[in-house]
Design a protein around this ligand. Structure first.
Ligand code: PGA
Length: 251
């Protein structure tokens, strides 16, 4: 059985004061034992999150890591081994905002995926189509190509300790959510693509849905057979809302 996972991507949000308030709210949540819960703050707040959430079941991840696993001369970057040293257990790789705004390519994010795993972090690989691509009927082709470039670079076995997040770009931060059926269709395609390489890996890998998930739509989304939880942006900045989403994942 795959354990459900809910991860809160705080993106570039937060001040010392708002993060302290959010962490204190998260620390008071009663979370279901059956769900792996994580928060992914801006790197500036990783230490604070790890200190404040110590003793809770909430894991802490990073939004990005360097292409190199080891520390070195690479100004402005953070090595995956440094994230592990800080206490992180996972890292986002290939979020659409990084692909689109920063210009992160498949080649770069494949190196980040490999560096993360070399350090013992679980990469959460984000893939998804734009509205234009969906309207052109290219969703499965685009998502399939994003996934296959990573499989080609790191090998199928790497997915035994990775998570994949399907995040349609048109649903991120827009209030538009993929319907449970639309999301399930893509999740099933992702799992069958992985199954072509290894049925066992495909059965075990967790596929998260991301894109305007809220407490109000989480139950239906998480009820789909190939949706194993969520990557939550905006709604993860409110502890009570995030807690409600985690409880929805526990049902
Ligand atoms: P959203 O973001 O929940 O605010 O749509 C999801 C994400 O980008 O991970």
């Amino acid at each position: 059985m795959r354990r459900t996972m809910v991860a809160g991507n705080w993106k570039m949000y937060g001040t010392r004061a708002s993060v302290a308030e959010l962490l204190s709210g998260l620390g008071q949540l009663a979370l279901p034992d059956s769900v792996d819960v994580a928060v992914i703050p801006p790197s500036l707040f990783i230490n604070q999150a790890i200190a404040e959430l110590h003793g809770t079941s909430i894991a802490v991840g990073a939004q990005n890591c360097a292409v190199e696993a080891n520390q070195g001369a690479l100004t402005g970057e953070i090595a995956s081994s440094q994230l592990v040293d800080a206490g992180c257990t996972l890292v986002l790789v290939g979020h659409s905002e990084r692909r689109q705004v920063i210009g992160e390519t498949d080649e770069v994010l494949c190196r980040k995926f490999a560096a993360a795993q070399a350090s013992g972090l679980v990469p959460v690989l984000c893939i998804g189509e734009t509205l234009e691509q969906r309207e052109a009927g290219k969703t499965l082709e685009v998502v399939g190509a994003q996934l296959s470039s990573v499989i080609a670079a790191v090998g199928i076995e790497a997915f035994t300790s990775a998570v994949v997040a399907y995040e349609p770009v048109w649903a991120i931060g827009t209030g538009l959510t993929a319907s449970p059926q639309q999301a399930q269709e893509v999740h099933a395609a992702i799992r069958s693509q992985l199954a072509k390489e290894s049925a066992e890996v495909a059965r075990g890998v967790r596929l998260l849905y991301g894109g305007s998930v809220k407490a109000a739509n989480a139950v239906e989304l998480f009820g789909m057979p190939d949706i194993d939880g969520g990557l939550i942006g905006g709604a993860s900045l409110n502890a009570d809302e995030f807690g409600a989403i985690c409880r929805a994942a526990g049902n």
